[in-house]
Design a protein around this ligand. Structure first.
Ligand code: AMP
Length: 286
């Protein structure tokens, strides 16, 4: 059982990390936007396997939300989050900075990371600037904590792919480690935004994952018919009340376009769809 300490400043994180490093301890960072669920806790478990010291950050990052997006309503549960982490007993330091701490010059005109073109595809097509905002905040957290490991979930696969590029191209000395998506018993990927679903929508939501699973089987059985299967899957989702943003097959290593009939390279199906006021994303390696 680890004693959980909460700090609010970059200096406090830096001082703690320096002390740990002097003692020869390695450090893993788990960045989150809070409203923690079992998916987040699985990242903490993985972080603890990798490093002697675990930092969890909670920060609802304004620069990754578009002007019409849900930053105002995004669920914030700081008390529950802290007690969840304390009960799990695997986090050493909880970093809960203010907006001012992370963006001392405000958020309107900041030093940003400009990601490559992939940031404008898939989710980026529908959320302009989102991934630049993610990268800009993650880079700040990496500079503050200087962790050996950055632990993130495969649920946000495009985010991972882009951050991997950032770590590599900016020569950062942090290893990105990913963990499998944690799901509800009916297959729905856990997400803070699932709370936006009405009870009726919650019943329907697992169909998103089921659509990917069916499409993966159909791809295996008859790759040449993939485009027809894909269109049928989209139609079925719409019929059940989803408003899909995209459903695509890509190469798993760099998210470049993949051919249904292509062989040899791992591929991934990725989907994003609105259901009521929740935008759900999911993916499946095929
Ligand atoms: P968020 O708080 O939604 O920004 O997510 C923080 C981290 O938790 C990210 O690395 C996500 O990929 C990860 N995460 C979110 N949902 C899940 C899930 N259902 N299973 C595993 N990891 C997740």
């Amino acid at each position: 059982m680890t004693q959980l300490e909460r700090v609010r400043t970059a200096n406090a994180v830096h001082a703690q990390v320096s002390a740990w490093r002097s003692a020869g301890d390695r450090v893993a960072l788990v960045p989150t936007m809070g409203n923690l669920h079992t998916g987040h806790l699985s990242l903490v478990d993985r972080a603890r396997e990798l490093a002697e010291r675990v930092i969890v950050s909670i920060f609802v990052n304004p620069t990754q939300f578009g002007p019409q997006e849900d930053i105002q309503t995004y669920p914030r549960t700081p008390v529950e989050d802290e007690s969840l982490l304390a009960r799990q007993g695997r986090t050493d330091l909880l970093f809960v900075p203010s907006e001012q701490e992370i963006y001392p010059h405000g958020t309107a005109d900041i030093v940003t990371v400009n990601l490559p073109g992939l940031a404008n595809e898939l989710c980026g097509r529908f959320r302009p600037g989102h991934f630049d905002g993610v990268a800009s905040v993650v880079l700040r957290f990496l500079n503050i904590a200087q962790p050996d490991f950055l632990v993130m979930g495969q649920k946000d696969y495009q985010q991972l792919t882009l951050l991997m590029r950032m770590l590599e191209e900016l020569h950062l000395h942090t290893e990105l480690v990913t963990t499998a998506t944690v799901r509800e018993p009916d297959g729905l990927a856990m997400s803070s935004r699932n709370q936006y679903l009405t009870p009726e929508e919650r019943q329907v939501a697992p169909l998103l994952h089921a659509a990917l699973a069916d499409l993966a089987v159909e791809l295996q059985q008859d790759a040449a018919a993939f485009q027809a299967s894909r269109s049928a899957a989209l139609e079925e989702l719409e019929r059940r009340g989803f408003r899909p943003d995209y459903l695509e097959l890509r190469h798993a290593d760099d998210l470049s376009m993949a051919e249904p009939t292509g062989l040899g390279r791992a591929r991934i199906l990725l989907v994003a769809a609105w259901l009521g006021r929740a935008r759900l994303i999911d993916n499946l390696l095929v």
